[in-house]
Design a protein around this ligand. Sequence first.
Ligand code: KIV
Ligand code: NA
Length: 278
Amino acid sequence: RKKVTIQALNALRASKTPITMITAYDYPSALACSSSTLTDITLVGDSLAQVCLGYSSTTQLTLREMIHHAQAVSRGTTHPFLVADMPFGSYHTTTADAVANAVRLVQEGRVEGVKLEGGKEIVDVVRRLTEVGIPVMAHIGLLPQRHSALSGYKVQGRSVEGAKRVVQDALALQDAGAFAMVVEAVPKELGKYITEQLKIPTIGIGAGPWTNGQVLVYDDAMGTWSGHKAKFVRRFANLKEVRDTGIQKYAEAVRDGSFPDENTESYAMDKELWQKFL
Ligand code: KIV
Ligand code: NA
């Protein structure tokens, strides 16, 4: 498949073809995301913090760490449009800092676009990044980088006031130049309403079936671990079971001496040479 562009994403939206996006954190998961011609976007999500690096929150992830992983993902990415999350703190000081940090993600991390969490308070940054030619994917609704301020991970936009705020954020971010928008953990009615109000593609996660696309965390979708499963997650594979069974079989085979096989899994010395050697 040809490299996916922003134009191609807009065409998918126009033809009502659901956009498929999934996260990747390293070379193998990037290859996995590129293995189907039906995947459109690979995201180096800052969920990297929890699912790959063992941190308890995305707020602990540094720009340096994100760049390191984005480099590996870019080496394994073929056709999907490649986006990386700007880590917490990397776009919150000044617009100049945000541009410098986004440039590092493009130049060192080799991504094509960046994703930023937030609403009205980040529109100046979104506008400036767009102006200098760095495509911005916005992220509204539940904002994991604000879990402390919000007292946890909660569905957003459930009140009349809350729903209005999310819609106003969405419109302001589109106006600032965002090329697409992740909508996380909002009622399905609001996911549909925002999608109808916007001209850019919406990519939902826990936002119901009526957004222009869907995104899931790779480890949630593939079942590589068995931690908390949010209501909106569907497991499309059970890699943990396959993996743990494989580890058990390997360890058993070493223990009982059946691995490696002396013929098929071992090298042999030429018999005459071996006699000389002895
Ligand atoms: O970090 C992440 O994985 C994300 C997606 C879930 C949208 O932001
Ligand atoms: Na994220």
